[in-house]
Design a protein around this ligand. Sequence first.
Ligand SMILES: NC(=O)c1ccc[n+]([C@@H]2O[C@H](COP(=O)([O-])OP(=O)(O)OC[C@H]3O[C@@H](n4cnc5c(N)ncnc54)[C@H](OP(=O)(O)O)[C@@H]3O)[C@@H](O)[C@H]2O)c1
Length: 323
Amino acid sequence: MPETSYAPSALDRSATFYVAGHRGLVGSAIWRRLEDEGFSNLVGRASSELDLKDRGAVFDFFAAEKPRYVALAAAKVGGILANNTYPVDFLSENLRIQTNVMDAALEHGVERLLFLGSSCIYPKLAPQPLKEEYLLTGHLEPTNDAYAIAKIAGILQVQAVRRQYGLPWISAMPTNLYGPGDNFSSTGSHVLPALIRRYEEARLSGAESVTNWGTGSPLREFLHVDDMAKACLYLLENYDGPEQVNVGVGTDVTIKELAQTVADAVGYQGAIEWDTTKPDGTPRKLMDVSKLTALGWKASIGLDEGIRRTVEWFREHQDDFRK
Ligand SMILES: NC(=O)c1ccc[n+]([C@@H]2O[C@H](COP(=O)([O-])OP(=O)(O)OC[C@H]3O[C@@H](n4cnc5c(N)ncnc54)[C@H](OP(=O)(O)O)[C@@H]3O)[C@@H](O)[C@H]2O)c1
């Protein structure tokens, strides 16, 4: 079994670096981070310019650009409602996007590739906090099993390329992310951007109360996307191994605390109510980040500050945020 002989080190700032999904929440943050770090040959394409589901177009793109490094942050992503309503889209589109990109990257011998999984693809009933080794040890959360199977296939593809070709590709497993460029749509968004939009609209309309789903007691972990982007580059420069690496903060908050923090950040002063007839979801989802900590990285943006910055971004982008 060929193991990679790669010794992680600083990436070449002048090499061609392709950020797939560079206009998305994670991809745009990676792009900003790489620019700040002096990378001078970044390549990105909007889905309207290059549909990554189109295998021929993806191979043509790799033949023309010949990237040396790839961050694969393009995916069909959505909240629980979208995942539950359109499972075949989440399965099929993600399989095609990631397989096309990784097959083309393999054909062109891409030296370092980072694939992104997600904390939501660990087994539904895995012990908390979630360790890397729990992947594939139990049944998935049924509402996003199609998405999870696609993502797990991506992690396996990275491992298989390492085994078969010895290329030092890696995978990261982010927790819930938030920040500038997030998806604030009423049907497709995750909990934090949904709360920001809901409380900002309530503040503007002078609503006396806002009702959220559930009891507010579930615990969730949130990482600012700028920290995520830092971690991505850190892993590319400091980690080589087949196992995906959890990326999170290692602490969590209740949804109730989160709602209060968001309300405070936007200046909403009405009541916060809970519709306890609505489902809560998994009681707790927290990453074990000891592997990443041992590698020498930890998050630096606190939740209060991160939410404040995201609210500012949201207010400045009233005309062009993702609705
Ligand atoms: N957001 C989170 O909380 C979170 C948590 C854990 C893991 N992740 C992972 O991080 C990755 C990125 O997520 P994100 O939150 O940044 O998602 P996002 O904001 O929705 O961005 C996804 C990007 O993928 C691109 N894309 C989608 N379909 C495409 C296609 N057919 N062809 C070309 N490009 C396509 C989109 O490009 P256009 O904008 O040009 O259409 C978009 O910019 C995903 O793998 C996701 O699983 C995210």
